[in-house]
Design a protein around this ligand. Structure first.
Ligand SMILES: [Zn+2]
Length: 240
């Protein structure tokens, strides 16, 4: 790509990148976003990269199904060790929250029904982990439509692997869910990853646990600081 074309493409992308770090370049950040399935319709306004802090997506939704401009903060240590997983996860929040706001009255209920877990007693909206629908939905995005290709040194630990005790399935093992998530959740606007990823991804034996220390599943930060109160206990841990 010529320099001119590169510059034009950077300007045309619908969000700004603010680098408070020298560890990565703007072109890298945009490349990871594109790999994650970035679509302008999600209203992503800004991506900030910092050297310390949290990986977090800030979204919002008013009572008229109008999403607020979304902002993603990424940390350079995460980007240097597992950029695709990190960016796919935070962008997954933006993507999921945009459609939740516009089409679903900002409710997770339809998603939980399609996911096959509506009404499960283990669902916990106050946790930072996979039992929180706000977290699980971002993980589902990253697994189904994002890009997790950060090399063999990074072991990805899925929500289904973390929460096997409660019977949580991998998203592609819930009949019909992948199509529903791509087509119904978005009301006919499937993400780019829907057509380019196979329906049967990585084998994941239910009994196997990684022998090496899991590196991935970054981003334990609060999902929607603008709409969610800081859960008890998080403040003590410095999460909010
Ligand atoms: Zn998250």
């Amino acid at each position: 790509m010529s320099l001119l074309l590169l510059l034009v493409s950077l300007v045309l992308a619908g969000y700004t990148v603010t680098l408070n770090t020298a560890a990565v370049t703007e072109a890298q950040v945009r490349g990871w976003l594109n790999d994650a399935g970035y679509e302008e319709l999600t209203g992503l306004a800004r991506v900030d990269v910092v050297d310390s802090g949290l990986n977090v997506a800030s979204t919002g939704c008013d009572g008229n199904s109008t999403p607020a401009a979304a902002v993603i903060q990424l940390t350079s240590p995460s980007l240097l060790s597992h950029p695709h997983i990190t960016v796919s996860h935070e962008y997954g929040h933006v993507w999921a929250d945009y459609h939740r706001c516009v089409y679903w009255q900002n409710s997770f209920d339809s998603y939980l029904v399609a996911r096959g877990i509506y009404g499960q007693p283990w669902i916990d909206y106050t946790t930072a982990g996979c039992r929180n629908p706000a977290e699980l939905i971002a993980h589902d995005y990253e697994q189904l439509f994002g890009n997790l290709n950060d090399g063999p040194a990074v072991i990805y630990v899925s929500c289904a692997q973390q929460e096997w005790q409660v019977g949580l399935k991998e998203p592609w093992n819930v009949p019909g869910f992948r199509d529903w998530f791509a087509l119904t959740w978005t009301q006919g606007h499937p993400p780019p990853g829907y057509s380019s990823t196979p329906a049967t991804p990585t084998p994941q034996p239910a009994t196997a646990t990684p022998t090496r220390t899991p590196v991935a599943t970054p981003t334990m930060g609060p999902v929607t600081p603008t709409t969610t109160k800081c859960p008890r206990g998080w403040q003590k841990q410095g999460r909010c």
